[in-house]
Write a protein that binds this ligand. Structure first.
Ligand SMILES: [Zn+2]
Length: 303
């Protein structure tokens, strides 16, 4: 091998091992850097997520792709962008406003002191860890139920309809599926009155982690694949083969899969086809919103 190509191969190899922790660290540094200069925490979190999550992961999908053939078409990008804006940005915002307006009022009216159940005086990183472990526990069982019960699967099938993975199709969820997820891993922390600083930092890590989970970057996590639910594990969750995809339900962490027997990471081969058994499943935004109400559209999952 020529000296230049040997250097390139070695550089790519180093990148595959460092890109995930590196981008996460850059995201956190931007967040803390802006916050320390007096910038509003919400604005700091958006800037950190956009630069690290959107900018850097898009860049690495172009220079260090896992599968070149997974580059999305223009129509995929348009539909995924619509899902991202409506389901991943607007829906959580609306649900948090509604929760604060109605449920918190209801909780206060009944004098329920839910805030007492949260360790507000613990260090911020311990609080984040408790959020990750507890939120992911409920999310694990919701996700597993969505692959087990047909009436939940019909909504979750929208997320599994994609034939390739790249960071933007993380947003492709039916709004009802996404709302249920938010009731597991985000909204309870508002009811528990977890401080704004902790929730915002959790959201920065949650978003960058989410973009990585779906990314088409050749990421290697090594032993961290026993802790983090990263792209190497999540690709198997999108396999067309049901015995492969009914595994790796973890969102943030994979430890619940290890504990409950659904961990799946073959070392000797790579995932083949992704998506649903029904290759004629509708792919446009409006048709995917209607799809769960069409009986039998992906019934093969349960046949
Ligand atoms: Zn799933």
């Amino acid at each position: 091998m020529e000296k230049n190509s040997l250097v390139n191969v070695r550089f790519s190899e180093i990148l595959t091992w460092t890109v995930y922790p590196g981008v996460m660290a850059i995201g956190l540094m931007i967040y803390f850097g802006l916050k320390s200069h007096g910038i509003n925490v919400f604005l700091s979190s958006y800037v950190a997520t956009i630069i690290a999550g959107v900018g850097l992961i898009t860049f690495f999908e172009l220079v260090l792709p896992y599968r070149k053939e997974w580059l999305p078409s223009r129509s995929d990008v348009g539909t995924d962008l619509l899902f991202m804006i409506l389901v991943q940005v607007l829906l959580p915002y609306l649900l948090s406003i509604l929760s604060v307006s109605f449920l918190i009022g209801f909780i206060n009216k009944n004098h329920w002191n839910l805030s007492a159940f949260w360790p507000h005086n613990y260090p911020i990183w311990i609080q984040i860890l408790i959020m990750i472990l507890s939120g992911d526990f409920f999310r694990y069982w919701l996700h597993r139920a969505a692959h087990t019960w047909i009436w939940l699967w019909r909504f979750h099938a929208v997320h599994h309809s994609v034939h390739n993975l790249y960071w933007l199709n993380l947003g492709r969820f039916h709004p009802l599926d996404r709302a249920l997820q938010l009731f597991c891993d985000s909204l309870p922390f508002i009811f528990l009155s977890v401080s704004k600083e902790v929730v915002v930092l959790y959201t920065v890590i949650y978003s960058i982690k989410g973009f990585f989970q779906h990314c088409n970057v050749d990421v290697k996590l090594g032993w961290l694949n026993y802790i983090i639910s990263g792209p190497e594990l999540h690709r198997w969750h999108h396999s067309i083969k049901i015995h492969e995809s009914n595994n790796n339900y973890g969102n943030f962490t994979i430890i619940w899969d290890i504990l409950f027997g659904t961990y799946f990471l073959p070392k000797e081969r790579k995932v083949s086809q992704l998506g649903l058994l029904n290759r004629n499943y509708p792919m446009s935004f409006l048709k995917q919103i209607q799809a769960p109400f069409i009986k039998g559209i992906d019934k093969e999952q349960f046949s």
